[in-house]
Design a protein around this ligand. Structure first.
Ligand code: FES
Length: 268
């Protein structure tokens, strides 16, 4: 039987080896790239979320995902597909209803946990490299025990992905009615990638196929679980691709909204 003493959190000390670690490969590369990538993304996202401008293209109804759903009284009325009920304040993001949950969803994601535990906390920085801290308590106490809420954030992220999908549908617009442009391709590419990340979530996989004794008696759930498992196998890839697609989609909408570029139109 496993006891607290021999669990991973309080296991016996490592063997008495003088070298700090025995790895001869470039194990620092991964954590360094992770720190750089996440830092650049967070800096860009923070700037955009509090910029409160150039988030909506009125002619084509493009709304950047960083401002969706736009629920502040400061939102352009046409961009507020779900009403405007939050006060307009420089410190309250226009999408303050969704952003905290999306942040929590990513922060508690199994992949991102691994990424920032290794790269920012050095806990541990890589396999077979000692922890950067003298004490290790894992996720057994506050605040890290809150990582267990990930399954609930999944449901909220699922709802927000539906909202992003709705935004992309409404964006088939031009001043004459129906419209199609490069912006639609960008918005839809981002939505599809977001679904690949969200539906490949470990919690989604459990929702689809967990707590079942016989897959053969639940063929639909088995298929859904298989689909989620295929996406889940590349969860790290989707995690990084969606960070890039979110930022690039936002950049595109900002560039068109600010008049830096004109949208390439196919119809309308
Ligand atoms: Fe990554 Fe759920 S495990 S989103």
């Amino acid at each position: 039987m496993t006891t607290t003493e021999d669990s991973a959190v309080s296991s016996p000390p490592r063997a008495a080896i003088k070298a700090r670690n025995l790895r001869i490969d470039d194990w620092r590369r991964g954590p360094i790239l992770t720190v750089l990538g996440i830092t650049v993304w967070v800096a860009y996202a923070t700037f955009r979320v509090f910029y409160q401008g150039d988030y909506w293209v009125a002619d084509y109804h493009y709304l950047t995902p960083f401002y969706s759903p736009c629920v502040s009284e400061g939102c352009v009325p046409e961009s507020a597909h779900f009403g405007r009920f939050l006060p307009d304040h420089p410190l309250i993001p226009y999408a303050a209803l969704s952003l905290p949950f999306l942040l929590a969803f990513r922060l508690t994601c199994y992949y991102y946990r691994k990424a920032y535990y290794r790269s920012f906390w050095l806990s541990p920085p890589a396999c077979a490299v000692p922890d950067g801290h003298a004490k290790y308590t894992g996720e057994t106490r506050f605040p890290l025990i809150l990582q267990n809420f990930h399954r609930y954030f999944f449901y909220l992220a699922f709802a927000i992905s539906l909202i992003n999908t709705w935004d992309a549908i409404l964006a088939f617009h031009s001043p004459d009615g129906f419209g199609l442009g490069l912006g639609n391709v960008v918005l839809w590419a981002n939505v599809v990638l977001l679904w690949c990340y969200t539906l490949g979530c470990h919690s989604c996989r459990h929702v689809m196929g967990g707590r079942m004794k016989h897959f053969s008696k639940h063929p639909i759930r088995y298929r859904l679980w298989t689909f989620s498992s295929v996406l889940n196998a590349r969860h790290m890839m989707w995690a990084w691709i969606t960070l890039a697609s979110l930022a690039l989609t936002d950049l595109y909408v900002m560039a068109v909204a600010a008049g830096w570029i004109t949208d390439l139109r196919f119809i309308g």
